[in-house]
Design a protein around this ligand. Structure first.
Ligand code: 0L1
Ligand code: MG
Length: 279
């Protein structure tokens, strides 16, 4: 790809589809895009267009959209990745792992795990609708695990790059849904465990002060991008702790009042353990 794309005859449409192809190939082969790969200067709009093209490729393979995720909703995450803006990514059914299910580590590059709060949206929502009331559409709340896996070598990216990479979304797991009337999300403890060992701790206040505060951000961003949330969609509101390298074996997230969500990382025996993401 030409690093000066858009200024030398390469159209933005070409750039968008080439970026999507590179990132899609990296994800499918679990081989990161190296820093030596020529890369265009992407603006944020082109980055979101690349994200859409990336998701379109997954849809062509038979996957379906099941919701949206927010990224960089905590101070810890923003600090960890050196950015200061909330971003949105798209979830497909191909990314969902059932509660207690297995995560094939061989299919991932350098996975990290983070504990999340998830919302279930009960009615069709057009985020561009000026009268949208997303909070009123919530019919379920659950603890979640998100597995992120940047398709860039060493998790090194700037904001447009991580947006094009669908905000590093790789897999997610949802715990049992609870009625929103029954749960208190105000500054409740969140614990991430590997087996019985606590590997990260935080509270729901780390998610923009309160997980519900992510919703206006999602409406603003999703409305600008023309995103929709059909009834039954999931929203991953964001992480309550820093992301931690995903270890092999059982991993769980407990959100007080929401219970525990679990998965098991199945190691790739063919590849040696290294420093990047626990491999
Ligand atoms: O879900 C997230 O907060 C991930 C945002 C993307 C950046 C990253 O790879 O950590
Ligand atoms: Mg996340």
């Amino acid at each position: 790809m030409n690093a000066a794309a858009g200024r030398d005859g390469t159209t933005p449409v070409d750039v968008v589809s080439q970026v999507a192809r590179l990132l899609d190939t990296a994800q499918q082969n679990a081989i990161p895009v190296g820093t030596e790969t020529p890369w265009p200067q992407l603006g944020l709009d082109e980055a979101y267009a690349s994200q859409s093209a990336l998701i379109a490729r997954r849809h062509e393979r038979g996957e379906h959209g099941v919701g949206l995720k927010l990224g960089f909703t905590s101070e810890a995450k923003m600090r960890q990745m050196g950015v200061d803006e909330v971003i949105v990514g798209q979830l497909t059914d191909g990314m969902q792992v059932p509660d207690g299910g297995t995560i094939d580590l061989a299919s991932l590059i350098h996975p990290r795990v983070e504990p999340e709060v998830a919302f279930l949206i009960g009615t069709d929502i057009d985020l561009a609708d000026p009268d949208v009331d997303l909070a009123a559409a919530i019919t379920g709340v659950a603890a979640g695990l998100e597995i992120i896996d940047s398709r860039y070598d060493g998790f090194r990216f700037d904001l447009p790059r991580v947006v094009a990479d669908n905000t590093s979304a790789a897999m997610f797991v949802l715990g049992p849904w609870h009625s929103p009337d029954e749960v208190d999300l105000d500054d409740v403890p969140v614990t991430l465990r590997s087996g019985d060992e606590v590997i990260a701790e935080g509270t729901t206040a780390a998610i923009l002060g309160h997980p519900l505060r992510t919703l206006p951000r999602l409406v603003a961003l999703g409305g600008r991008l023309g995103l929709r949330l059909p009834a039954g969609s999931v929203v991953l509101a964001g992480a309550a702790t820093e992301a931690v390298a995903l270890p092999p074996g059982p991993v769980s997230a407990e959100v007080a009042g929401l219970g525990t969500v679990r998965a098991v990382g199945v190691p790739d025996r063919a590849r040696p353990l290294g420093e990047d993401g626990g491999r």
